[in-house]
Design a protein around this ligand. Structure first.
Ligand code: AMP
Ligand code: GLY
Length: 421
């Protein structure tokens, strides 16, 4: 069968590459993809994620068996609904189900209604009311833009002044446009963060290995929040009992709640969790795979991913199998300046061979078609599997030290938290 993946980042590279490994799959198209993906035999389609009609026409013309939708904005724009209306199968939630991600306020309402543990909160569109609430609650406190903001609409404020300033920027200065027209102000949760992913169709779900992302730009969790600078899986110091509790108290009730709300969930459910001293609590839901978590989870899958997704889409039971033991770790290489303004056009090192995978995100062939050049904030990611976190770090950082990363930067401490550093 032929498949289509929608999106262009490292996440979509990892999804498409894994799908192409299946014996049942002859060709994987990615729309719009990035040039780096072609080095893995993926076929690019020059259509944007917002060109619903053209994507549907492409899928029909090319006998696409089904489409895997990667990015949140495509889901929020109802791409899956439009595919379904055209009689095509797509793996991803409907717009109504994806509201778990595109409205933090909606996600909070669902969590409260179905008893899912999360930080206490209040939602505001009026700045003075938000300010009064922040002053009453005190710091630390967290201020979030209600809508999608590329992972950058969250301010973890250490002081009341910072929190009020963040609310002011969102509500009065329109920093995130419409996404910040409402803000969720919530209790600060202390504890270790981890991500839990499930592949879902209604009440059927499969839990993936846990992962830990590194959202801040610089070493030691300093600097601004980014889309994610590196990750590893599974999280070695997380006991199975915590995962079981997360499934029981979070994943199950949310999926049941979505069915009860007549918004049955299909696709990847991504729970961003914090292990507090009162057990795991939700910091956010996403309606899609994580980037960069996908790039370190999917290499651990030993079953046929295309078969798995095909089964789940058709509501047949499926068997997902995973590498046992060891850790898969990846480091993102980004353009200097990311997540703020950055330069493009740095010449990228050659794609790695052997047991280090290169996944591309912001990468584009030069005008003369020769080398790949940087063309985005996050540019590429190196991923490897080794016996433990320090062995994996060693392999990746040795490789990076030999690469010419002029114009680019990366964190040198991905995974160090697992080592107690
Ligand atoms: P989000 O975009 O909601 O994932 O938030 C970005 C980051 O802000 C998270 O990865 C956490 O590190 C932090 N964060 C969000 N909400 C909270 C909270 N209630 N308590 C502590 N940290 C939080
Ligand atoms: N890695 C964070 C995200 O995908 O939202």
């Amino acid at each position: 069968m032929k498949l289509l993946v929608v999106g262009s980042g490292g996440r979509e590279h990892a999804i498409a590459k894994k799908l192409l490994e299946s014996d049942r799959v002859s060709q994987v198209f990615v729309a719009p993809g990035n040039d780096g993906m072609t080095l893995d035999g993926l076929d690019l389609v020059s259509l944007g994620i917002d060109e619903h009609e053209a994507l549907i026409a492409f899928a029909k013309k090319n006998d696409i068996a089904w489409t895997f939708v990667g990015p949140d904005d495509a889901l929020a724009a109802g791409l899956v609904d439009d595919f379904e209306a055209a009689g095509l199968k797509a793996f991803g939630p409907s717009k109504r189900a994806a509201e778990l991600e595109w409205s933090k306020d909606f996600a909070k309402q669902i969590m409260v209604k179905y008893g899912v543990p999360t930080a206490s909160y209040a939602t505001f569109s009026d700045f003075e009311a938000a300010k009064a609430y922040i002053e009453e609650q005190g710091a630390p406190i967290v201020v979030k833009a209600d809508g999608l903001a590329l992972g950058k609409g969250v301010v973890v404020a250490e002081t009341v002044e910072q929190a009020v300033e963040a609310a002011r920027e969102m509500l009065l200065d329109n920093k995130f446009g419409n996404s910040g027209a409402r803000v969720v102000v919530e209790e600060f949760l202390a504890g270790e963060e981890f991500s839990l992913f499930a592949l879902v169709n209604g009440d059927q779900y499969y839990i993936l290995p846990t992962a830990q992302d590194h959202k801040r730009a610089y070493d030691g969790d300093k600097g601004p929040n980014t889309g994610g600078m590196g990750a590893y899986a599974p999280v070695p110091h997380l006991p199975q009992s915590v995962i079981d509790e997360s499934v029981r108290t979070i994943v199950q009730p949310v999926l049941e709640g979505m069915i009860a709300e007549d918004r049955p969930y299909l696709g990847v459910l991504y729970a961003g969790l914090i292990l507090t001293d009162k057990g795991p609590k939700v910091i956010e839901f996403n309606a899609r795979f994580g980037d960069p978590e996908t790039q370190i989870i999917l290499p651990r899958l030993t079953s046929d991913f295309a078969q798995n997704i095909d089964d789940i889409l058709h509501k047949r039971p499926t068997e997902l199998t995973w590498l046992q033991g060891g850790v898969t770790l990846g480091v993102v290489v980004a353009s200097n300046g990311y997540p703020l303004d950055y330069e493009k056009g740095a010449v990228l090192p050659a794609k790695t061979e052997g047991d280090i995978i290169t996944y591309y995100a912001g990468a584009k062939f030069g005008e003369k078609g020769e080398a790949l050049l940087s063309n985005g904030g996050r540019v590429y990611m190196l991923v490897t599997t080794a016996g433990d976190v320090s062995a994996a770090q060693k392999k990746i950082y040795q490789e990076l030290s030999q690469q010419d990363t002029s114009g680019l930067f990366y964190r040198t401490d991905i995974g160090s938290k697992a080592l107690g550093k």
